[in-house]
Design a protein. Structure first.
Length: 341
């Protein structure tokens, strides 16, 4: 296989014609570029016989789901095609309690709805102690609980009625069970709810309970195209973040974990180099500590990005990795149009 980058070419078609003259026909050609027009994609794939065209920014997800199966040959990646059907699931999990997982989940969901103009649902699976509703000043009803407890009777109408609109194109599905509740969360219940949501929403952002993730919720990790692991700059966080990565890789056969180091510069935290050594790699995303304004946002029930606009800039690479949409060039992306059914 040949992989060519035509982003810098003034006349990409001429460059590909040149390549066709020297490249044997049996060699599949994958092209990377910055043109996001669907017409350009068709020209390359339908008319010029290119095996695949990947517009930049090149995301890890695009490489894993579009490029790697081609490298592995025909028939590879059945798991991937089942992931591709239905809305795009993003799982957010904290390596430890209180590291900022819900904060990241809420603000990423808001950014996704804005950047892609797609329909997004935030599913808070912390049924007893979830804080997504509090942070968004919402009052969840019993719908999620009934759907999880009685999956056979759950339907998309129930979930649609239950999911509260918290921003344009963003709905929240949460429960307010309180301590002592005994909602039986089963694998069937979680799978059913996820399946119904994936039929209705382009993105399903799931705020998962922290480590250890309850086994009934493993299906979320299996179906997720990205598992966002949020950790703080501490030893326990490093250990648990690595454990989640290993678990996801073992369960799904692909490395789809994105590590987010939150409150990176908090006093007493581990240094960058120790974190890199401990994780075995640089964290994919790093977010600084924003101090008391973050707690104030929680207390007044508004998303953190409202009180701390700088958070948006720090989340931009994560949103780009998930959506394939350049947030500052939204409106032009080919991927965005594909998602905008
Ligand atoms: N980058 C940051 N800077 C300062 N404060 C932050 C930052 N990120 C999150 N926080 C604050 O940390 C607290 C915990 O955040 P959050 O509830 O999102 O964590 P969590 O991992 O979901 O916790 P839990 O384990 O309870 O689910 C909140 O008050 C939040 O505002
Ligand atoms: Mg939380």
């Amino acid at each position: 296989m040949a992989i060519v980058d035509i982003a810098a070419e003034e006349n990409p078609q001429a460059a590909l014609d040149d390549l066709a003259r020297v490249c044997p026909p049996f060699v599949p050609v994958v092209v990377l570029g910055d043109n996001t027009e669907i017409g350009f994609y068709r020209l390359l794939v339908n008319d010029l016989g290119v095996a695949e065209y990947l517009p930049k920014p090149l995301t890890r997800d695009a490489v894993q789901t579009l490029l790697l199966p081609r490298l592995a040959g025909p028939g590879a990646g059945p798991a991937i095609s089942s992931i591709r059907r239905g809305g795009h699931v993003v799982a957010v999990v904290g390596a430890r309690g209180g590291v900022g997982a819900t904060t990241i989940a809420i603000n990423v969901a808001l950014e996704l709805a804005e950047a892609t103009k797609a329909h997004v649902v935030l599913l808070d699976l912390n049924l007893q102690t979830g804080t997504a509703a509090l942070m968004l000043s919402s009052h969840p009803g019993p719908g999620l609980r009934s759907a999880l407890a009685d999956p056979e009777r759950a339907d998309s109408l129930l979930l649609e009625r239950t999911a509260i609109e918290v921003a344009p194109r963003l709905r929240l599905l949460a429960a307010a069970e309180g301590f002592g509740s005994t909602t039986p969360v089963t694998d069937e219940g979680v799978t059913r709810v996820l399946g119904l949501l994936r039929q209705k929403f382009n993105f399903v952002v799931v705020d998962l309970p922290g480590i250890p993730v309850p086994s009934a919720m493993f299906q979320v990790l299996v179906l997720a195209r990205q598992v966002v692991v949020v950790l703080g700059p501490d030893v326990a966080g490093l250990r648990d973040a690595k454990a989640v990565r290993r678990f996801v890789a073992d369960t799904t056969g692909t490395d789809r974990v994105i590590t987010v180091l939150n409150r990176a510069d908090i006093q007493g935290g581990l240094s960058r180099s120790l974190i890199e050594t401990g994780l075995g790699a640089r964290p994919d995303i790093t977010i600084p500590d924003f101090g008391k304004r973050m707690i104030q946002a929680v207390n007044v029930g508004v998303p953190a990005r409202t009180c701390v606009p700088a958070l948006r800039r720090h989340l931009a690479p994560l949103v780009r990795e998930i959506s394939g949409v350049e947030t500052d060039r939204s409106g032009k992306s080919w991927l965005m149009r594909m998602l905008r059914r």
